[in-house]
Design a protein around this ligand. Sequence first.
Ligand SMILES: [Zn+2]
Length: 195
Amino acid sequence: MSTHEFEIPARELDAAGKSFTFPVRAAWLRGILEDNQATAAGPDGVLEIRASKSGTDVVVTGSLKAELTSPCGRCLTPTDIHVAQQITALYVPAKEIKGSTGLDDEYEFAAEEADMLPFDGDTVILDEFVRDELILEIPMIPLCSEDCAGMSPSPDAGRDTSGAPSSALEDEEASIDPRLLPLLRLKKQTERKKE
Ligand SMILES: [Zn+2]
């Protein structure tokens, strides 16, 4: 993979920081969630961040928003997952992380403050970080509602893919010769007028 979704050139940054807004493309979401039950709900998400230099490190803070969908863990109804996550990360040049063996104390404080991630010293690539944050936000068992009762026991469940309960009229129509449907509807209408 040579291209990345979320790249920040470190040389453009200073201590004051700079704002970046990236679309979180639905196609990219589908790609990273390939092995997940959840996927993009449709619209692109958005990653709004501020990045600043702290010595050779890059501090990234901001928010990540995305609309995902996953089958309900009990009834399989597609369920919306709204991701609106505050994010913080500290990017440290990879050679400094390696060189800090034995000097871990220096980074202990920083690692507690934020997720500490390596970068090549030139370009901060946020793809993996964004992916991890998204996957963390997906519930283990997404539920369409807290009190979801699970699969509907209705015998129509297999036929009625919309999940909407079918009316008595529709049930009657399903079992009747389609040519007689106008007559049936007329009969129902006259019955209702009588009531
Ligand atoms: Zn459910």
